[in-house]
Every structure is written in C-alpha cells, then in structure tokens.
Design a protein around this ligand. Structure first.
Ligand code: ATP
Length: 468
C-alpha cells in the first residue's frame, strides 16, 4: 500500500526530467509546464494509447486536428464568449484574486485575520488575441478553450469527405487554453493543457444507450492501462448540477489527492462524459440558434452550412445528438504517474518504482554494461540498444554511469519494464561457456532475472511488452 502525495510526484518529475516549470529560465510563467525527455515519452504514450483504442480499435471513428486559433464567431455561437467564465472574488485586504468556489472565506489572510472577499463576478477564461497586422476589435480571435468546437464546426466537412453514417464519432487530441484564475496542483490545473475529445454523433432516441456505453468504455480505458478501480469513480451529476444543454453528465473522478483526510475530497475530475443532445450542431448551424442558460436566444446569422445528416431510412434531415467523452491528457498522465508510484522496502533500502503499464512506460528497455571501460561488453551493449530501438521501435537507453544496483534503481524509479545486463558470460569469458551470446533480463516488478539469448531478445521482449 502506498499513499503518495503530490509533492513526491512533483519532485520525482523535476529530478528525472518528466516536467519542468514553463519558462523556468526566466522565473517561470504560472500555469504552464514543459514536458522533459521522459515526460514527452509518457505523454505521447498516453495519447497513443487513447488514439489506438478510441480510433483504430473501433470501426466508427474518424480523426481530426483543428487549428488552435479560432474565428471569434465559433466561440460566439458556441456560447463561450458570453458564458465561459468562472466566478472571481478579490480579497480587499491582501488584494489576491480567487476562484469563488476554490477559496474558503474562513481561510487565514496573509494580512491578518480571515479574507475580506468581494461578491463574485464572472471572469471569462478565454485567451484573446488579434490576428494580422491590425490590432483592433474587428481582428479579435481566441485560442480555443476546448478542442470540441473544432469538431462541431467540421461536422459537415468530415461527413462529406468520408461518407460516414450516423452513428459515428470524431476524435481529436490537442492543446486548449484557459486563463484559469488560480492554476494549481501541478499539471492538474494549468492555463495551457491538452485534451483528448470525442464527439460521437447518434440518432436522437439512441443517445441514452450510447451515453451509458461511453461511460463504461471510458472507465475501462483507464483500468486497462493500470489505474486501480478503487481510485477511479463515476460521478453522475445531479439535475441541478448539469449544464443547461446537458441531458446527462458523468464525471470520472480520480484519487489525485490521496493524502487529504476527507475521502470525498481526494477525488477530482479527470474526464467528463456528457450527453449534449443537439445543442452544439444547432447553435453552429446556418439558420440555427444558440440558447443561453438564462433563455436568451441568439439566432445564428453567420454560419454557411446546415449541420444536419440525411437519414435514408426515414428520408429526413436530422440534427444528430452528441455524446462527448472529454479527457485531459495532462490529468490522465498525472493519474497514471500517481497510481503507478510505489515505495517498497528491499533489504535496507526503500525502492521507488513506477509500475506503469508497459504501453505507457517512457523507456521500455535499459541496456546496462557490467563494466564500462571494456570494449567487448560495451560494444555488445550498444549493439543491443540499437537493435531494440531502431528495429523494434522501443525507446531504449544505454547507461553506464553508475554501478549496476544504482542503475537498476534509476530505471525502477521511471518505470522501465526491463533492464538488460551485458557481462563477461555474454562474451563467453565466464565460467559457463554455454552462456555466450546471452544476457540477463531483469523484470521491474518482480526483480526476477532471466538469461536470454541476444538473438531471442526481440521475440522475448515483444511477448512481455505486449502491444507497447
Ligand atoms: P474543472 O471543473 O476542473 O475546471 P471542467 O469541468 O471545466 O474542469 P471540462 O471543460 O469538462 O473541464 O474539460 C474536459 C477535461 O479537460 C477535464 O476533465 C480535464 O481533464 C481537462 N481540463 C480542463 N481544464 C483543465 C486545466 N485547467 N488544466 C488541465 N486540464 C484541464
């Protein structure tokens, strides 16, 4: 049993090159993070595992990669310009700003006593910029606050170019930007982050069934990749919590904060799955309309296409309903890091090991020479590294900068499933000549060691790494 707090993960991430503060060299930029050599591998693996299961292993999905800069009208008719805001409060004493639902008014203020908070007012989270050489109101554009809108406004493009029939879905992975009032908890709440979103278009009337299937499919994705089910919860939003356009929403909550005393507060959202009805396609459609929460109706006077699908069975144009599983890449990556982190006593030492699913592990294999200045040993070790990385396509590292025990610990700490040691037996210079051209393969989880012929390594490791 291991309870890890976020501080341990943050320190491991920085020390081993998973993540650095954005713009670190100049004192940082709050709410931005740079993924280092191991972080980029891990994050890419998370995205690949999502794309593989959500797009390639199904027959009803297409992919998309839209621009981050968006025409202001997209975000006007989606409702973001008017309503994509969080309630903000100021403390009159310390002059700090807080998201109203993230600050406890009884909390201590740095200026003494408790905070003296203003009433909440809406703060729009979108990053605004201007496009082109003229910086006036006519040239305003936004950095997308979610990838979803790019999918909705491309609905007709994808439909026409692929001849898909409803039900089908469109998947997209990419950056999103939100000017969060208080970015915090490492990559959990950043101002620049990445999303993996699906808009799955279905016939009205079949939406509830599809919604339930997607909630299950998405829950299972995390579990299949190693998240312990007891650390993942489905939270079905109550009627009063639902966004006004949502028929139903289930949040998948991960135990990001296991050290909090109140168990319910240990969990927070890693993904939301919503039944958004026909809201999005209607508001972006030529002749359609956006209906705001307060009932205000904004007719769409700018869109160029009707976003409908012709159902040959009923001979009718219909506006499909949409099921949206929307996940955060960074939050998922953090969940995989936290869930895989283990500390265990091995003899006198504490062994830190990331028991990452092999598919997610940033490095699949480390090749370690038993003696670093020995040409024969080093030559074979480097040759194995080349073969496994170039021919087999597994991220493989060569490391000779410490003794073997320390090298093993280093790889355990970053979740490398296998270490290969090349020694004098490999050269045929040990006690048993039968061990020539064999190496020791050490398993991260069991620490068991096996002797494997060099020629057999690709097959042996492919079997053990699975689809990684
Ligand atoms: P929250 O309530 O935590 O602000 P949200 O409900 O606004 O999140 P959505 O709009 O549903 O989030 O976005 C979908 C997913 O995108 C979230 O489940 C989360 O994984 C991710 N996400 C949203 N905001 C951030 C952020 N500021 N930093 C990192 N990931 C984020």
């Amino acid at each position: 049993m291991s309870v890890v707090d976020l501080d341990k993960i943050i320190s491991l991430c920085k020390r081993r090159g998973f993540l650095f503060q954005g713009s670190d060299q100049y004192g940082g930029l709050q709410g931005t993070w740079d993924y280092g050599p191991l972080g980029v591998e891990l994050k890419n693996n998370v995205k690949r595992a999502w794309w593989k299961r959500m797009v390639y292993e199904r027959d009803d999905m297409e992919g998309l990669d839209c621009a981050i800069l968006m025409n202001r009208l997209v975000l006007k008719y989606s409702g973001h310009e008017d309503t994509f805001s969080d309630p903000m409060v100021d403390c009159r004493k310390c002059k700090k700003r807080y998201r109203a639902d993230h600050v406890d008014p009884n909390e201590k203020c740095s200026e003494g006593g408790t905070h003296d908070l203003t009433p909440p007012r809406p703060f729009n989270l979108m990053f605004k910029t201007t496009v082109g050489p003229v910086a006036d109101d006519d040239h305003i554009a936004y950095l997308r606050p979610e990838t979803a809108q790019g999918i909705f406004v491309n609905f007709k493009n994808v439909l026409d170019s692929t001849n898909r029939k409803v039900p089908f879905g469109i998947a997209q992975i990419g950056k999103a930007y939100r000017n969060e009032i208080t970015p915090k908890n490492f990559i959990f709440r950043a101002r620049e982050f990445e999303q993996m979103e699906i808009e799955f278009f279905v016939k009205p009337g079949t939406d509830e069934e599809w919604y339930r299937r997607w909630v299950e499919d998405r829950f299972n994705w995390y579990v299949q990749l190693g998240i312990r089910p007891e650390n993942l919860r489905k939270y079905e939003q109550k009627a009063e919590e639902l966004a006004h356009y949502s028929k139903a929403t289930t949040d998948l909550l991960y135990r990001f904060f296991p050290d909090r005393p109140d168990e319910n507060k240990q969990f927070d959202e890693v993904e939301g799955i919503a039944n958004r009805s026909d809201f999005d396609l209607t508001c972006h459609s030529k002749g359609g309309k956006l209906v705001l929460k307060d009932g205000t109706v904004i007719p769409n006077q700018h869109a160029v296409n009707k976003l409908t699908w012709f159902d040959h069975e009923t001979n009718q144009h219909i506006v499909p309903y949409v099921i949206e599983p929307s996940a955060g890449v960074d939050r998922a990556t953090l969940a995989f890091l936290i869930d895989s982190y283990h500390e265990e006593q091995v003899k006198e030492e504490v062994r830190v090991v990331l028991r990452l699913h092999p598919e997610l592990a940033p490095i699949k294999v480390a090749v370690l020479p038993l003696k670093k200045n020995h040409d024969g040993i080093v030559g074979i070790a480097k040759e194995i590294k080349q073969t496994l990385q170039k021919k087999c396509g597994w991220r493989t590292v060569y490391d000779d900068t410490a003794g073997i025990g320390k090298l093993y610990r280093r790889q355990d700490e970053v979740g490398t499933p296998f270490c290969i040691t090349v020694d004098f037996d490999t050269l045929g210079e040990g006690k048993d000549p039968a061990l020539a051209r064999t190496v020791t393969v050490r398993d991260r989880d069991t620490m068991a060691q096996e002797r494997v012929a060099i020629d057999q390594l690709p097959t042996y490791l492919a079997g053990r790494l699975g689809s990684a």
